[in-house]
Design a protein around this ligand. Structure first.
Ligand SMILES: Nc1ncnc2c1ncn2[C@@H]1O[C@H](COP(=O)(O)OP(=O)(O)O)[C@@H](O)[C@H]1O
Ligand SMILES: [Mg+2]
Length: 175
């Protein structure tokens, strides 16, 4: 079982897990809001490769700001482990939604458009997700898409996080 307290965050329950991480719902007792906390599984928590990838995931997310991409609030260390503090997305994964049955065409098109817009914004920042699949996409109760899990993302060196953005569309169009 996971430690129930990570700094100011009180872990409430598990939200999900994938190949690389465990995600928990927690209460941020300082800001009085719920957050999602992602940790490496304990057997990988000290693996230098995984840790480096984990920190990269944090930086990639920090470089992106779009309603269709689950946001990051911080990278915390506690009890000798590292944690991504993430926007809590209330809803279900596209994987779960698909398991309930086919999605009507109109709704599918809306979801696909939102995913494409989120990925376009990432691409403009030089970020390629590389692991887009139903388990890495959530749909909120309002039908909003949130792309998650940039753990395998690759960045284009020319526009990696921390470097200035490339030429804007406006100046490109005026050429
Ligand atoms: N911000 C979040 N809010 C709510 N649930 C989440 C959030 N991030 C992840 N999850 C849940 O945890 C699961 C695993 O998260 P993910 O980031 O895909 O981990 P992994 O890198 O192990 O695949 C997701 O499929 C989803 O069910
Ligand atoms: Mg995943």
């Amino acid at each position: 079982m996971h430690s129930a307290v990570i700094g100011p965050f009180h872990v409430q329950r598990e939200l999900g897990r994938g190949d690389m991480g465990e995600v928990y719902l927690a209460q941020d007792t300082r800001l009085d809001r719920q957050v999602a906390i992602k940790a490496l599984p304990v057997h990988l928590a000290n693996d230098p490769d995984r840790l480096a990838r984990f920190q990269r995931e944090a930086k990639v997310l920090a470089s992106l700001n779009h309603p269709g991409i689950g946001a990051i609030y911080g990278l915390e260390e506690a009890n000798g482990r590292q944690y991504l503090i993430l926007e809590y997305v209330e809803g279900e994964t596209l994987a779960n939604r698909l398991a309930e049955g086919p999605i009507p065409v109109d709704e599918s098109l809306g979801l696909a458009k939102q995913m494409a817009e989120a990925l376009e914004v990432a691409h403009e920042k030089g970020v390629i997700h590389r692991d887009l699949k139903p388990g890495n996409v959530m749909i909120t109760s309002d039908g909003e898409v949130k792309v998650l899990d940039f753990g395998l993302a690759r960045t284009n060196a020319a526009s990696a996080p921390g470097t200035p953005p490339r030429t804007s569309h406006a100046s490109a169009a005026s050429r």
